[in-house]
Write a protein that binds this ligand. Structure first.
Ligand code: AMP
Length: 193
């Protein structure tokens, strides 16, 4: 059975960690637009140069660039039978773009899984991650901006998927293994094996 999934949740909810674990369990690739941007910045590619300042400020990369990147990535063979998107779609327009990309292959999103966490927990986690990973967008001001961008542009996506009956919400608080198990259990309900 195919699994075309999107993972939603605020910055610091643990999406990246859970995306990798969940994707491995489901046998699909975890695709993180943030990771792809960071890799391009590290490698000094043209795309990297285009998005460097934007990502460092916590703003969103323009939809045209992001949608094209996702279109190309989803066209690769490993995503043919399913995928788990982490960090995309990030606004309602990107939801539409993803629909179009998938419709071209006669497919659609099977479920949107949202990791819910208390906002204060998110700020604490991001501040700790800043010390460990040294990400350019984990400074206090940028963290605040990223959370504002999330609230204004990304949070409304949940309603779009909820209206389609595709939204699954999972408590993101607690032990990493426990949260992974919760995600797998929740997905079993939407997509019976
Ligand atoms: P993330 O690792 O998902 O937190 O993404 C890091 C940064 O990459 C974000 O703050 C944005 O600047 C950019 N980014 C990642 N995904 C997207 C997206 N779907 N649309 C626009 N910008 C994105």
């Amino acid at each position: 059975m195919t699994a075309r999934l999107v993972l939603l949740g605020p910055p610091g909810a643990g999406k990246g960690t859970q995306a990798i674990r969940l994707a491995e369990s489901l046998g699909v690739p975890a695709i993180s637009t943030g990771d792809i941007f960071r890799e391009n910045i590290r490698n000094g590619t043209e795309l990297g140069r285009q998005v460097q300042d934007i990502t460092a400020s916590g703003a969103l990369v323009p939809d045209e660039l992001t949608n094209e990147l996702v279109r190309d990535r989803l066209a690769q063979a490993d995503a043919a039978e399913g995928f788990l998107l982490d960090g995309y779609p990030r606004n309602v327009a990107q939801v539409g773009a993803l629909d179009e990309i998938l419709a071209a292959a006669g497919a659609g999103v099977d479920a949107a899984v949202e990791l819910t966490v208390d906002p204060q927990v998110v700020v604490d986690r991001l501040t700790r991650r800043a010390a460990i990973e040294g990400r350019a967008d984990d400074t206090e001001d940028v963290i605040r901006h990223r959370l504002d961008v999330y609230a204004e542009q990304t949070a409304p996506i949940s309603q779009v998927y909820a209206a389609r009956g595709l939204l699954v919400q999972v408590d993101g608080l607690g032990d990493v293994d426990e949260v992974t198990q919760r995600l797998l259990d929740a997905l079993r309900v939407v997509r019976p094996a």
